[in-house]
Every structure is written in C-alpha cells, then in structure tokens.
Design a protein around this ligand. Structure first.
Ligand SMILES: C[S@@+](CC[C@H](N)C(=O)[O-])C[C@H]1O[C@@H](n2cnc3c(N)ncnc32)[C@H](O)[C@@H]1O
Length: 253
C-alpha cells in the first residue's frame, strides 16, 4: 500500500526537524539545485512545501509545487497564506502530470522512490521530461537504491531506520521509520535498482545523469563529535540524481 500522506501530513512535517535533514539532506539537495536566479522551478512531490518555500531564496522567479496528497497541499497552502512567497500549489499525480507551462528546473525530493514498478518509474520520468524545457535540469533526491538493509538500524542515531522484508527484488516495498519525540512515523517506499533509474531517465530523454552522494554541511560537522556522520556518508540511505533534458529533436522516420 503506498503511504497515504493525508493521514500523516503534520507528523511528516515534524520529521523534517531531524538534524540530518538540515545538515545533510538540505545541504546536499540545495547544493545540487544551486543558483536558480530568474528560473521557473516546479517542485514535484512537494509535500507541505518544505523545499518549495526555499526555492525563491535561491533566486527562482516562478515556483509551483505539486503533490498527490490533498492533506500535504493544504498544509503548504496554509503556510503560503501566512507568509506569501507567490508559490502556486497543485494536487496532481506525478505519474500522469500535465501542467500548463514548462519549467527550467524540476526539483523532486522523494518522488522516484514511490515507483513500485519500472513502468511507474518510466511514467514519473516521462512526466518530469514533459514539464521541462529542452536543456532543463532535473534535480532529485531519493532513497538510495544501493542501501544495505542489513545496516538499516545503523541510522538509529540520526532518528531513522530502514527495514525490508527480505532480499532486494525490484518492486519490493520497504519501510522508513522516523523516530519522533511523540512516537514513530512510518512511510513505505519501493526498491528499484539504480540501473532501472538510469534506463528510465534515458528513455524519457535525459542525458548527463550524475549521482550525488550526500554531503555534510560544515555546520553539521561542527555541531557533533568527529565521526558522528560516518554511517550516513559511508552507507548513504539517500542519494541525489541530476540530469539534463536533451535538446535534440527526435528524428522523424
Ligand atoms: C517523503 S514526502 C516528501 C515531501 C517533500 N518533498 C519533502 O522533502 O519534505 C513524499 C511525498 O511524495 C508524494 N507523492 C507520493 N506519490 C506521489 C505521486 N504519484 N504524485 C505526486 N506526489 C506523490 C506524497 O504525497 C508525499 O507528500
């Protein structure tokens, strides 16, 4: 069963307060996004807008957030109403996404790990390609396909845990547990091999696919004793991907 974020919207928002989210996830993901001056950016699987709200401060001129969960989008819109940044939020399924404009950059934190099959991964990648201009960038962070589930408890010191029901097989559901002060919150993702991600991106028309290992910010290094982040960076539970939509016009046959 895919995770229904409507039921956990507020608790998932709290799960973004863990130190690794700021010092590793955000540092890595925002670093990959870089300077967005003047660019039109859409944030897919935007949730309650955690990253969407940061995009204007990276320079983005137009920002749209898209999510499947009406509960998450309601939280995002409430924050937009309280502190207006000019962000538009839309409820849509990114497997069948249709937007009325194209963008310079598609950002997505934790979208691709909701593909339970190679076909769904193809649909996500095709949707991303559809809403990008030729030459536009896709920047995403997801569960790491190369994660070793036998080590899934080694992340407990960061407040998270990964559990899988057995050996890796394509489409296998696995569980992330975020340990919060008021108890755990769980979300289910699906495992698909790294090679499937590369093939799906290529068949959707992407080139220059680069994987980005998570990096710890200097503030994160300073805030903890030496070696604190070792498990995270040596066995990354999450990983970034960056690629470019090809400018080549498909040849007519
Ligand atoms: C782990 S949350 C990440 C939210 C946000 N990007 C963040 O980092 O805080 C994953 C989000 O993906 C959304 N999602 C899952 N499947 C989706 C789909 N098919 N289309 C659009 N959003 C989807 C969920 O509703 C949820 O809000």
């Amino acid at each position: 069963m895919p995770t229904d974020y409507d039921g956990i919207a507020a608790r998932y928002q709290t799960a973004k307060h863990h130190a690794w989210r700021t010092y590793v996830e955000a540092y890595t993901f925002l670093g990959m996004l870089g300077d967005l001056s003047g660019q039109a950016v859409v944030d897919l699987a935007c949730g309650e807008g955690h990253y969407t709200r940061m995009l204007p401060s990276l320079g983005a001129a137009r920002v749209v957030g898209v999510d499947l969960s009406g509960g998450m989008i309601a939280l995002a819109r409430a924050q937009e109403a309280e502190h207006p940044l000019g962000i538009e939020y839309v409820v849509q399924d990114c497997r069948t996404l249709q937007l009325s404009q194209t963008f310079d950059v598609v950002a997505a934190a934790y979208l691709l790990n909701y593909a339970a099959t190679r076909e769904e991964l193809d649909k996500f990648c095709a949707s991303v390609a559809r809403c990008l201009k030729p030459g536009g960038r896709f920047v995403t962070i997801n569960s790491n396909p190369d994660i070793d589930f036998a080590n899934g408890s080694s992340y407990l010191k960061y407040g998270l845990e990964a559990r899988a029901p057995g050996d890796k097989r394509p489409g296998m559901p696995f569980t992330w547990t975020f340990h919060l002060d008021d108890g755990p919150v769980e979300v289910e993702n699906y495992y698909l091999p790294a090679a499937d991600h590369e093939a799906a991106l290529e068949s959707a028309g992407f080139t220059a696919v680069r994987w980005h290992f998570p990096r710890v910010s200097p503030l994160g290094e300073a805030a903890y004793p030496p070696g604190h982040w070792r498990e995270f960076v040596e066995h990354p539970p999450v990983i970034g991907i960056e690629c470019i939509k090809s400018c080549e016009v498909p040849k007519r046959t």
